[in-house]
Design a protein around this ligand. Structure first.
Ligand code: ZN
Length: 287
């Protein structure tokens, strides 16, 4: 099953069109994906038995480019970001892959939909295509072997990063430079685990205009999805709707010689095979 926020309503995305969850279920289920991510098994059972017709007769490929798409969840209690979590990316940044996950946050006000436009806050704004995990149940101290049971679904994320702000002090700080307006698009929809059997073997790419800068697989992760959930839950309670940006593969602008950064009018396309694409256009470098 695929769930999205479309025109501020929770919808199920099918090949035949979009189904408005609250309307089609006569109010049994909420119109907010934030309320649904903890109930996706129940929603899926209802949907399989319901035989409802699409509310909007829209092809998913068309939906994925629609400005009415919102973030797949908008009120997480926590957003975790993971730094340097791909081996080849750690090397391109001049670092050794961390032995303990490097954790920061992207503040929730930076969440955006798959087609959000991004105002560039500096001339050193970078791209980071990422696999995003949305949590479906509350837990602490989850063992890695059980961790994927707590996943509501997977989607594509783009961890836009203002390297000027990130590197402006000593030591560098990650969270603010990754939290400008619309710096955290997630989508285009949430795909439930039954349709994404192995999160550790997904092709992930990022194109800027017509140039493919990132082309990797989640199998290059230092700590895989299950390991990240286990590690994070050993410290923090994870809750339904929480979001994990799992890190970005090699090929970010900062990693190039010389470095390459976004300029106004660039089109950033972040794709994970089987999960969809984000398409974000940049504008207005202001300093
Ligand atoms: Zn990142």
């Amino acid at each position: 099953m695929r769930i999205a926020t479309f025109d501020q309503r929770a919808v199920i995305v099918t090949d035949e069109g979009l189904i408005d969850v609250a309307d089609a279920s006569a109010g049994r289920f909420s119109s907010s994906t934030d309320d649904l991510v903890g109930r996706l098994d129940e929603l899926g059972e209802w949907f399989a038995a319901s035989g409802v017709e699409p509310t909007w007769d829209l092809d998913p490929d068309v939906v994925a480019r629609d400005p009415r798409l919102g973030p797949v969840v908008s009120r997480p209690s926590q957003i975790f970001g993971i730094g340097l979590n791909y081996r080849r990316h750690a090397i391109e940044m001049g670092m050794t892959p961390p032995t303990t996950p490097l954790v920061f946050t992207k503040f929730a006000s930076s969440l955006a939909g798959a087609t959000a436009s991004v105002t560039l806050p500096s001339t050193h704004t970078d791209w980071e295509a990422e696999l995003v995990v949305v949590i479906g149940a509350r837990a602490r101290h989850v063992a890695a072997r059980d961790a994927l049971r707590y996943v509501a679904g997977y989607c594509v994320g783009q961890d836009f990063s203002d390297r000027d702000l990130q590197m402006s002090g000593t030591p560098p700080q990650f969270s603010l430079g990754k939290s400008h307006e619309n710096f955290s698009p997630i989508g285009p929809w949430l795909t439930t685990p039954d349709e994404c059997a192995n999160p550790d073997d997904l092709r992930i790419t990022c194109d800027v205009n017509d140039v493919r800068y990132q082309d990797s697989s989640t199998e290059d992760m230092v700590t895989n999805v299950a390991g990240l959930i286990a590690y994070l839950s050993s410290v923090c309670e994870i809750r339904a709707g929480d979001v994990i940006f799992t890190g970005s593969p090699a090929g970010v602008g900062q990693g190039h010689t010389p470095p390459v950064f976004l300029t106004p009018g660039d089109v950033v396309t972040s794709t994970i095979l089987g999960l969809g694409s984000l398409r974000n256009v940049t504008s207005n470098a202001t300093r």
